[in-house]
Design a protein around this ligand. Structure first.
Ligand code: FES
Length: 328
């Protein structure tokens, strides 16, 4: 256990063995900025004023030699080697709506959704409190480091479910797809600020590409559960390569409301009843300058996320109306 002092004594918190400074700060109610939790975005950088830390990943993409010289470290990767003093700019936006908890989880079932996406259901002791759109960090046996996956279900259902796309050659998803029911994993969450904001009265656009399906399904279900479909239109865009990747919202293990308008964007070949093109282009064609009248949630591969942001920017959507996790 290490004591972490913020800004020369403004506040302090404890970091238990094996925990990172970011996660310990969030658990203790400090709004340390972050997004990915896996070393990619750089939002969690802090200055080490005193003490010593080590990084989980020496090759974290968001950390450089220059950072090291300036005593800047990544909160999501830094483990203290004793008591430390750190400096960062806290922001209440990052205060977790539900305290993240480290625990064990057990796989209870899994089922196929498409040829390469499966829905995995885990059960864990303690509360299943989270917001639709949030993710948890899974430590899979035999895989180095934790991986972030977003839930597809709703809080209060007694389980944590994830729709996960198998990545060819990807150590984590290959191990996950081989897990037998009853297997245990390490589990930590919930995290993310890209969750459903029920109080914003705009119509809603959800955009999912490949592995980004899971959080958008959770948000769609959250919208329905909160009664928002009574006075808001919801448009769900799903981008994939070809018809073999298609999903049907009505055929998901827990079907989505038919009040949600679904658009499939096929990037490789046209199929009757579906749009052809990339997700961001299909959404831009559908809404044009009216894109900015919507609250937009999206998740998917890095290229898709970058294209969605550029399209939104070009069409005048304020950044505050975009909700996404920066996993790249
Ligand atoms: Fe730490 Fe993204 S690099 S939260």
């Amino acid at each position: 256990m290490a004591k972490i002092s913020i800004d020369s004594g403004v506040a302090d918190f404890e970091c238990t063995d094996g925990d990172t400074i970011l996660r310990a700060a969030l658990r203790s109610g400090h709004g340390m900025p972050y997004s990915c939790n896996v070393g990619s975005c750089g939002n969690c950088k802090f200055v080490l004023v005193d003490g010593e830390v080590g990084h989980l990943r020496s090759d974290a993409p968001a950390w450089s030699e220059r950072d090291m010289k300036r005593k800047k470290w990544l909160g999501c990767q830094a483990r203290p080697k004793g008591d430390c003093t750190i400096k960062f700019r806290a922001d209440p936006e990052y205060l977790p709506p539900h305290q993240p908890i480290r625990r064990r989880a057990r796989l209870t079932q899994s089922q196929s959704i498409t040829h390469d996406i499966r829905e995995f259901r885990f059960e864990a002791d303690g509360p299943d409190d989270f917001r639709p759109g949030q993710y948890a960090l899974l430590e899979i046996p035999g895989v180095e480091g934790a991986r972030a996956y977003s839930m597809c279900n709703l809080p209060g259902e007694g389980h944590w479910s994830f729709q996960i796309k198998k990545v060819p050659g990807g150590a984590a998803t290959e191990a996950l797809f081989d897990l037998e029911p009853g297997s245990e994993i390490g589990f930590d969450g919930p995290y993310s600020t890209a969750y459903l904001r029920e109080d914003i009265p705009r119509d809603i656009i959800l955009m999912a590409g490949g592995s980004g399906l899971s959080p958008m399904v959770s948000i769609a279900r959250g919208i329905e559960a909160a009664g928002l479909l009574e006075d808001r239109k919801v448009h769900f865009f799903y981008g994939c390569r070809s018809k073999e990747d298609l999903i049907a919202l009505a055929e998901l293990p827990t079907p989505l409301s038919d009040k949600i308008t679904f658009y499939a964007a096929l990037s490789e070949n046209a199929e009757a009843g579906h749009r052809q093109g990339f997700l961001h282009d299909v959404a831009a064609n559908e809404f044009g300058e009216h894109l900015k009248d919507h609250e937009i949630y999206f998740a998917g591969p890095a290229v898709m996320a970058a294209a969605v942001q550029k399209t939104a920017y070009d069409l005048g959507v304020p950044m505050s109306q975009l909700h996404f996790d920066e996993f790249y």
